[in-house]
Design a protein around this ligand. Structure first.
Ligand code: 13P
Length: 287
């Protein structure tokens, strides 16, 4: 059964660990993440960007696939199906389609408009028991055509958005999507500490989980981050394993071209990455 992200994140905040959000792209991705969560006895959040939603034939297809897979695979750990970086309309559509959690990314609006739109999403989500993530301070880098400038959030604005009743809050602290450039200066822990101090028990979300050094991730969790988003790292592991299979000529041996064989190394690679992250975030055994 799908659950909202509220309870798992409240527990994570209290227990000083984080729940991973892993973005999905297709059936193999979804199956790999769900099975790993079950094996690790860890709660998990499946992230779906609007682009990935379109790719998978719409939010309804995604919700139906995830629900059926949870049932068929006998997944008993808490699973939230979450819209990643949703537009206002996207958040409405995902809620209609059966998602249990949505992010409304109003970070590119002026703060007043971000507040108005976030309030409306919270009202509608509240009626359906759906959790809501809001964002202050655009996350840098490029994700599915959404380009953010890599801002550092204003802690007072974070407090204003947190007070609207969102479930979790993403705040830019120098993190960016994708691989970090050589000259990246790291996370801004002073701002994170200030945001945590102002927002209290609100679970904070760290986007751009790919490539942040382990010690920085741990420190961020100790300062109130309860959800870490990982996307690119699973894509890189999948691509590297698939490349190796083909470069070794395995697709040309016997029935090695069978998609169930061709995609198997990538599938296992996603599982290994997800397990590694769950161990780092401390969510293993916390289902
Ligand atoms: P990465 O692709 O850098 O892991 O970021 C994922 C993310 O933040 C999804 O919202």
């Amino acid at each position: 059964m799908l659950v909202s992200a509220k309870e798992m994140l409240t527990k994570a905040k209290a227990g000083k660990y984080a729940v991973g959000q892993f973005n999905i792209n297709n059936l193999e991705w979804t199956k790999a993440i769900l099975l790993t969560a079950q094996e690790c006895n860890s709660p998990v959040i499946l992230g779906v960007s609007e682009g990935a939603g379109k790719y998978m034939c719409g939010f309804k297809t995604v919700a139906a696939m995830v629900k059926a897979m949870i049932e068929t695979l006998g997944i008993t750990v808490p699973v939230a199906l979450h819209l990643d970086h949703g537009s206002y309309q996207g958040a409405m559509d995902a809620m209609d389609a059966g998602f249990s959690s949505v992010m409304f990314d109003g970070s590119h609006y002026a703060i007043d408009e971000n507040i108005e739109k976030t309030k409306e999403i919270i009202r509608l989500a509240g009626e359906k028991g759906i959790s809501v993530e809001a964002e202050v301070g655009a996350i840098g880098g490029e994700e599915d055509g959404v380009v953010g400038g890599g801002e550092v959030a204003d802690p007072n604005e974070c407090k204003m958005i947190a007070d609207l009743g969102v479930t979790m809050l993403a705040a830019g602290i120098g993190n960016i999507h994708g691989v970090y450039p050589e000259n990246w200066t790291g996370l801004n822990f002073d701002v994170l500490a200030e945001i945590q101090e102002k927002t209290g028990v609100m679970p904070l979300v760290l986007h751009g989980g790919t490539g942040i050094p382990e010690e920085m991730v741990k420190k961020a969790i100790s300062l109130g981050v309860s959800k870490v988003n990982v996307n690119t790292e699973c894509q890189l592991s999948f691509a590297a394993a698939t490349r190796k299979y083909i470069e070794e000529g395995k697709d040309k041996q016997g029935k090695g071209f069978d998609p169930r064989k061709l995609l198997a190394p990538g599938f296992e690679a996603i599982k290994a990455t997800v397990k590694e992250k769950m161990e780092l975030f401390g969510s293993v055994g916390k289902a």
